[in-house]
Design a protein. Structure first.
Length: 69
């Protein structure tokens, strides 16, 4: 089963400001289930820019690690 990253990008852009929260939740789930996050990290920067992208990635990574703990 293939799920291209473009589908996630289109979905998140369609959500508007709520897409930021959904991205953080998706990133946290990826961290929780040990999915490599490099594509999601790059997607965060592409969607939200370098500053907000870093914040979204860090928030998602922190929540995912806290969930694992």
């Amino acid at each position: 089963m293939s799920f291209p990253i473009e589908h996630i990008e289109t979905f998140l852009k369609g959500l508007g400001p709520v897409g930021w929260i959904v991205f953080i939740a998706l990133y946290a789930l990826a961290v929780t289930f040990y999915v490599p996050g490099s594509l999601l990290t790059l997607l965060g920067g592409a969607l939200f820019g370098p500053r907000l992208g870093v914040l979204a990635v860090l928030a998602g990574a922190f929540l995912g690690m806290a969930g694992n703990w």
